[in-house]
Design a binder for this molecule. Structure first.
Ligand code: PAF
Length: 299
C-alpha cells in the first residue's frame, strides 16, 4: 500500500491505473477506522482494480463548537487496517493540501435533501461534505465510491450531487454495521463513557419498536415519530426522529414504498445517529436493519 500526501502523487497513481485499464474504487473517510470502514474497503477491493481510501478530518464540515479538535485520530492503526483490507493507496492530505488558499470560495450546495434531519442541527455540515467530496472525486476520478448507510442523509445528498453535476461515479450505499447489542458502529462511539455505552442500545431499540408497530399494521408516520420519541429515555436525549422517503428524503405522512426512519440523539459528549430502511407494499413489510459484524470490539 502506498501512503501519499500530495494531490500530484495521488493523481499519478490513479492515472496509471486507468491507463492500465483498471477501475478505480474510492472510499472517502475521516479515519479512526472500525469494522464499518473495513467493510467498505473490502467491498471496494472486491469490485475494483485500484482501491483508494482518503483519510482527512475535514474542518469545513464541522460547525462552531463541534468536535473538530477532539475528533479521534490514530494514523498508525488506520494504516494497518487499510493495508489488511487490501487498499492500494491511502491518501492522507493535510489541511493545506486540501485547502491551499484557505476555505474554498466555491462550494457545492444540494438543496432540499440537506434540509432537516442532521441539516437542522448542523446547518453548514452538508455543504462542507459535498464540497470536500466533490474535490476528492476530482482528485481520484473513481468509477465507484462507497459510503456507509449509517449516514443515510449523506449518501442521498452525495448521490444527488453526482447526478446533478454529471459526475461519472456510481455512489454506492453500503450496509450499516452494528455491534452485537445493536449499536451502530461510529468513530464517535469512542467518546462514550461505560455507563453511556450501556445506554446506547436504547436508540436502536426504539427503531426496533417502530418496525414492530409497522409490521403490526401502523401506517401513520406521526404515530411512528411519537412512538420513537416516547421510548428513547435518558441519558439519551433525542434530537430528531424523522420518517422520510428513502430516495428524495421527502417527509412522509403515510407509510408506503421505501422509506427511512432516522434518529439522532445526544449521549454525553457524543451525538449518535441511526436508521432503519423499510419497504411497505400493502400488508407486506421488509426491514433493512443493517448487519452485525462482531469484530474489533475495542472501537
Ligand atoms: O462520512 C465521512 O466520514 C465524511 O463525511 C466524508 C464523506 C469522508 C467527507 O469528509
Amino acid at each position: 500500500m502506498n501512503v501519499v500526501e500530495s494531490v500530484a502523487d495521488l493523481r499519478a497513481q490513479c492515472d496509471a491505473a486507468r491507463v492500465a485499464g483498471r477501475r478505480v474504487g474510492f472510499v472517502p473517510t475521516m479515519g479512526y477506522f472500525h469494522v464499518g470502514h473495513r467493510s467498505l474497503m473490502e467491498r471496494a477491493r472486491a469490485e475494483n482494480g485500484l482501491v483508494v481510501v482518503s483519510l482527512f478530518v475535514n474542518p469545513t464540515q464541522f460547525g462552531p463548537g463541534e468536535d473538530l479538535s477532539a475528533y479521534p485520530r490514530d494514523l498508525e492503526a488506520d494504516t494497518r487496517v487499510a493495508e489488511a483490507a487490501g487498499v492500494d493507496v491511502l491518501f492522507v492530505p493535510s489541511v493545506d493540501v486540501m485547502y491551499p488558499d484557505g476555505p474554498p470560495r466555491t462550494t457545492v450546495h444540494v438543496a432540499g435533501l440537506t434540509e432537516g434531519m442532521c441539516g437542522a442541527a448542523r446547518p453548514t455540515h452538508f455543504d462542507g461534505v459535498t464540497t470536500v467530496v466533490a474535490k476528492l472525486f476530482s482528485m481520484v476520478g473513481p468509477c465507484r465510491a462507497y459510503f456507509g448507510r449509517k449516514d443515510f442523509q449523506q449518501v442521498a445528498v452525495v448521490r444527488r450531487m453526482a447526478i446533478d453535476l454529471d459526475l461519472p461515479v456510481e455512489v454506492i450505499g453500503c450496509p450499516l454495521v452494528r455491534e452485537p447489542d445493536g449499536v451502530a458502529r461510529s468513530s464517535r462511539n469512542a467518546y462514550l463513557t461505560a455507563p453511556e455505552r450501556a445506554a446506547a442500545p436504547g436508540l436502536h431499540a426504539a427503531l426496533g419498536a417502530a418496525a414492530d408497530r409497522i409490521r403490526a399494521g401502523e401506517r401513520r408516520a406521526e404515530a411512528i415519530r411519537e412512538l420513537v420519541a416516547s421510548v428513547v429515555e435518558a441519558p439519551l436525549e433525542l434530537e430528531y426522529v424523522e420518517v422520510r422517503d428513502a430516495t428524495d428524503l421527502v417527509s412522509l405522512d403515510e407509510l408506503a414504498g421505501s422509506f427511512v426512519i432516522a434518529v439522532a440523539a445526544r449521549l454525553g459528549r457524543a451525538r449518535l445517529i441511526d436508521n432503519i430502511v423499510m419497504e411497505v407494499d400493502g400488508a407486506a413489510v421488509e426491514v433493512d436493519d443493517g448487519v452485525i459484524i462482531d469484530q474489533d470490539a475495542a472501537r
